[in-house]
Design a protein around this ligand. Structure first.
Ligand code: 5GP
Length: 120
């Protein structure tokens, strides 16, 4: 079973405007902002506005409109940042073995240099 959503998580606070973030894009379904501790020259996080703990929770419980809006937002952010031609990597850590730290779904966009076969 999915853990209950914690409204005190840091990305919920960013969505509510209670703590600042360097926003790069927002729409009805998604918010994108720069990671506070970048692991690549460009490191952007994209989150859905809905209260979903993880990729697992989102893929199981979000509406088709939420899923489509979020997926399109991730693609839009990368395209608008000029990352399509050089290339970029998406990552969604899910659960403990993947070291998911923030319990609100987020997709990482990494870009800006050759990334190697995997990120550590
Ligand atoms: P996870 O390990 O959960 O996949 O990644 C969480 C990410 O959130 C990390 O890359 C971390 O640097 C980032 N992060 C944590 N707290 C904040 C914050 O307050 N603001 C921003 N912009 N990023 C954060």
């Amino acid at each position: 079973a999915t853990q209950p959503y914690d409204d005190a998580n840091i990305f919920a606070k960013i969505l509510r405007g209670e703590i600042p973030a360097k926003t790069v894009y927002e729409d009805d379904h998604a918010l994108a902002f720069h990671d506070i501790n970048p692991q690549a020259p460009q490191h952007i996080l994209v989150i859905p506005r809905g209260r979903y703990v993880s990729w697992d929770d989102f893929s199981a419980h979000a509406s088709d409109a939420e899923i489509a809006g979020f997926v399109r937002a991730v693609g839009h952010v990368a395209r608008a940042a000029g990352l399509v031609e050089p290339g970029y990597r998406l990552l969604a850590n899910t659960g403990g073995d993947a070291h998911q730290e923030v319990p609100h779904l987020h997709v990482h966009i990494f870009a800006g240099q050759p990334l190697g076969p995997m990120l550590a």
